[in-house]
Design a protein around this ligand. Structure first.
Ligand SMILES: Cc1cc2nc3c(=O)[nH]c(=O)nc-3n(C[C@H](O)[C@H](O)[C@H](O)COP(=O)(O)O)c2cc1C
Length: 184
């Protein structure tokens, strides 16, 4: 008997666009592996009853998901709890270097950990995003330097994002991608 295709919703909350690019990459890659994938801004997320799997990502601001993502998780906690949820955040942590920076970068902010646990997420992954030096306080700049922040601009690690997407695909038993997904 032919198995039904997986139906995956990829939803994201972004302020400056880097989380959107990452979500779009994941969505394109999974769609190329014979799954039915819908990609949407969290404010226009589809009805989850049509999906068995949800990939949900948000930028981090002030050690928490963006308010739209926090509200979404609270409002849809039951539906998310009933589905296979792959959660990701986009912030600075994974880009930090040096012994202290690496240690700090691995810490999952408390409020994000609580959200993750409230929906029993299958897995949570943190990715580096895009960080511009302009417009941030001197205090934030100093902290970034002290924690081994490498440079400003695009800090995304597409190999790490690709590897996580592979992990999702393997876990769902999806075939290998026939094409290599291009990132921005
Ligand atoms: C006001 C502000 C607060 C931020 N707070 C955090 C933070 O607490 N932790 C962190 O890792 N990154 C923080 N960042 C960095 C952002 O998460 C990073 O720039 C990310 O790429 C933004 O994603 P986006 O491009 O999808 O909006 C902050 C950025 C801004 C502008």
């Amino acid at each position: 008997m032919k198995q039904e295709k997986h139906r995956i919703a990829v939803v994201y909350a972004t302020e400056q666009g880097s989380t959107r690019d990452i979500a779009e990459f994941i969505s394109t890659d999974l769609a190329g592996r014979d799954a039915i994938v819908e990609f949407a801004d969290i404010d226009h997320a589809p009805d989850l009853s049509r999906f068995d799997t949800v990939v949900l990502g948000s930028a981090i601001h002030d050690r928490d998901f963006l308010p739209s993502a926090v509200d979404y998780v609270h409002m849809h906690r039951r539906e998310l709890d009933d589905r296979d949820v792959w959660l990701f955040s986009v912030g600075l942590g994974p880009a930090l270097r040096g012994p202290v920076g690496r240690r700090v970068g691995r810490i999952v902010p408390k409020r994000i950990a609580a959200l993750r646990d409230s929906i029993g997420a299958h897995e949570y992954s943190a990715f580096a995003g895009h960080y511009e030096g302009e417009g941030i306080s001197l205090r934030a700049r100093l902290r970034y330097r002290l924690l081994g922040g490498p440079h400003y601009g695009d800090l995304r690690d597409w190999d790490a994002i690709r590897a996580w997407t592979d992990t999702i695909a393997r876990s769902l038993g999806l075939p290998r991608a026939r094409y290599t997904t291009i990132h921005p």
